[in-house]
Design a protein around this ligand. Structure first.
Ligand SMILES: [Zn+2]
Length: 341
């Protein structure tokens, strides 16, 4: 049976970053810890999961439902239930951050894009915190969010960054909103990653009430120690290591496209196209650019290429603002900036 395109296990920290950090450290224990996380990440990614068809009974329209579990430093999911919708805040900061980040993401999709949760049918958003011991990653496993605590030396935890949470939950949105999902390899995989960065960044901008000009356009700022870097990626200037970290290998345009590159590498190209569109459209990225990108998801197919995405976003702009509109021209020009047409 062919690999099911739905439900990738998608990590915020790419395995290649963990391996690079392992090469750089002189601390034996730290190296083992990083390689273990990289290996487990690769292992889990191999277990392709299928979108939950029956998990979580659909809620009534508009109803937000979140649950947070505590894995108590073990691997078993989901773990012990520690917070539900409308229950009192926990004494555990990670629990509340996971709850609030899921809430901000739900609210953004609901209020700005009129989407009712991940599946548009009110799917309950489940999150597990304290996964394993000093686990240096966070991921969406096709059914729920899972957060490690980080080792406290290189990674400081993942629940504090709303863009990380929205990035991961958007992998869930993509698996439902793109008919058949987006295959997590090649250009469709890079698009899958980019779509998560786009909505991850826009949810953060919306939360902070920042215009496209004011936003930092960074992904993962605040999750790592200064010795590692400042962020995972920059959408404004992909591959600018001064803004991110020393292993950032993202191309900004097709001139730097990496053949058979990692999905987290070539995603720099569509990321920058979104940034260019948002800047050209002025104001807040959630007002025009994000709705255009969101509408394009339903126009994609599982093996969509960058050129398909350029076409879909131009079509979406036409559907929302009219053929030949200034918005459509801005979107087309943005893809030209990155060398896709
Ligand atoms: Zn991702």
């Amino acid at each position: 049976m062919a690999a099911h395109p739905l439900g990738c296990t998608c990590f915020i920290i790419p395995s290649k970053m963990l391996r690079k950090l392992a090469e750089q450290t002189s601390d034996q224990q730290e190296r083992h810890c990083l390689l273990d996380t990289a290996e487990l990440s690769a292992h889990l990614r191999g277990q392709r999961s299928i979108a939950p068809m029956t998990l979580g009974i659909a809620a009534a329209t508009g109803e937000k439902r979140r649950t947070v579990y505590d894995a108590q430093n073990k691997s078993k999911l989901p773990g012990k239930l520690v917070r539900e919708e409308d229950s009192k805040p926990s004494a555990d900061k990670a629990v509340n951050q996971a709850y609030d980040g899921a809430g901000a993401t739900y609210d953004f999709y609901r209020e700005i894009l009129q989407r009712n949760s991940i599946d548009n049918k009110g799917l309950r958003i489940d999150s597990t915190v304290h996964y394993q011991n000093k686990f240096n990653n966070a991921f969406w496993n096709g059914q729920q969010m899972v957060y490690g605590d980080g080792d406290g030396k290189l990674f400081m935890g993942f629940t504090g960054a709303v863009d990380v949470i929205a990035h991961e939950l958007t992998h869930g949105v993509t698996q439902y909103a793109v008919p058949g999902g987006l295959v997590y390899e090649g250009q469709s995989g890079a698009l899958n990653e980019s779509i998560s960065d786009v909505f991850g960044s826009v949810v953060k901008q919306w939360t902070l009430k920042q215009s496209a000009e004011q936003a930092d356009w960074l992904i993962g700022a605040g999750i790592m120690a200064p010795s590692v870097g400042k962020a995972l990626r920059s959408m404004a200037d992909p591959g600018n290591q001064a803004l991110t970290w020393s292993g950032d290998d993202q191309p900004k345009t097709m001139a730097g496209y990496v053949e058979n590159g990692d999905v987290h590498t070539n995603s720099g190209i569509p990321n920058h196209a979104f940034y260019a569109a948002a800047i050209a459209l002025k104001g807040n990225a959630w007002e025009k650019a994000a709705p255009i990108w969101y509408k394009s998801l339903s126009l994609l197919t599982p093996n969509a290429t960058f050129a398909d995405m350029a076409k879909a976003t131009a079509q979406a702009a036409s559907l929302l603002y009219g053929a030949d509109s200034a918005e459509q021209h801005a979107v087309q020009a943005a893809w030209k900036v990155v060398g896709v047409s």
